[in-house]
Ligand binder design. Structure first.
Ligand SMILES: [Zn+2]
Length: 331
């Protein structure tokens, strides 16, 4: 959960009913994987090679690291990256799920820049390429309590977009016969100056064009920091809970029909720090736990600090498993 979002609900942590290891389709045995691992092990193998040869490939989805100077967070993220680097079959790439730094919404510009420096220091230890998703805490000054105001250099999404998006905070790419779309799900609620879950009009126009270019057969993975759907609020707080505007993408229903015409297989999200999966029609909606667990204070209801390893097959099947990197929260 996002502590800024849900503190009014009186919830400080949540349940994850998910086991640590999950198979989405359970179509391939572990033996099959081991048999193909050697051929697919080259970490920098090109995507076209994987597609042409029909080999599966792996990537890691790693969300909500919330790096900060305190609580050993830098050491924790580096330990997480060391685990990624040492996976039995090295992933082709990492996708981060947002909230890379602890907070830019309410912090002053010096603190924001310090957190990005620490994130850069961590990233130097990651030995595979990475694509980055923007989270609400990566946006500077979008809070009623903001210290950074409009017009200041750090305000808004600029620091993130300049680093990772060539000036914008969403992108797409192809790999191994799959199409990946990384969305910017952070909108601004103009009346309050607070953030909310929202995909803006410019981005939706881009998304529609991107989908048309991709075609209806190519398997697609969408990544969004703020989830499209989620159930943990109802599980813990009851079916009538009012989750507010920050928990989910508020306009997802407006573009649901556009998405449903395409071969969306998986929607990855962060934000909730929980491990949760929803299957509806052909789409799996997966919240990927959190690298920081409960903001570096320990596991989230038994789900350890970790990340998701995803194996994609050229025919559109995939498997995922949650991987702990063995972090022990500092007292
Ligand atoms: Zn978040």
């Amino acid at each position: 959960m996002d502590r800024k979002c849900f503190s009014h609900l009186g919830v400080t942590w949540v349940t994850s009913a998910d086991p640590l290891s999950r198979m989405s389709d359970s179509l391939l045995s572990r033996r099959h994987f081991l048999g193909t691992a050697a051929a697919a092990a080259a970490p920098w193998a090109s995507s076209s090679l994987a597609a042409e040869t029909g080999q599966p490939f792996k990537f890691v989805f790693l969300t909500d690291p919330h790096v900060q100077p305190e609580k050993g967070a830098v050491q924790g993220v580096k330990q997480c990256f060391a685990k990624v680097n040492a996976l039995e079959q090295r992933p082709q790439f990492v996708i981060t799920g947002g909230d890379l730094i602890m907070d830019a919404l309410e912090m002053g510009s010096d603190r924001v820049r310090l957190q990005w420096q620490l994130w850069d220091e961590c990233m130097k230890t990651l030995e595979v390429p990475a694509y980055h998703t923007i989270g609400n805490h990566d946006v500077c000054g979008w809070s009623p309590k903001a210290l950074v105001k409009p017009g200041e250099a750090e305000y808004g999404k600029k620091l993130f977009a300049d680093r990772y998006g060539q000036g914008r905070a969403y992108q797409s790419f192809d790999h191994g016969g799959w199409h990946f779309i990384i969305l910017d799900s952070i909108g601004l609620e103009k009346e309050t100056g607070d953030y909310m879950g929202w995909i803006d009009e410019d981005q939706l126009a881009w998304l529609q064009a991107d989908l048309e270019k991709t075609g209806k057969k190519t398997p697609i993975i969408l990544v969004t920091h703020i989830p499209f759907y989620s159930v943990w609020h109802q599980v813990l707080l009851g079916p009538k809970v009012n989750i507010g505007a920050k928990a989910l993408v508020n306009n997802v229903h407006d573009f649901r029909k556009v998405l449903s015409a395409y071969n969306i297989r998986l929607v990855l999200s962060g934000h909730g720090h929980i491990s949760e999966r929803i299957q509806f029609d052909q789409v799996t909606y997966l919240q990927g736990g959190a690298v920081c667990g409960l903001w570096w204070k320990g596991p989230v209801h038994g789900n350890p600090e970790g990340f998701v390893e995803v194996t994609c097959h050229p025919d559109g099947r995939f498997e995922d498993r949650y991987v702990s990197y063995g972090w022990k929260a500092q007292a």
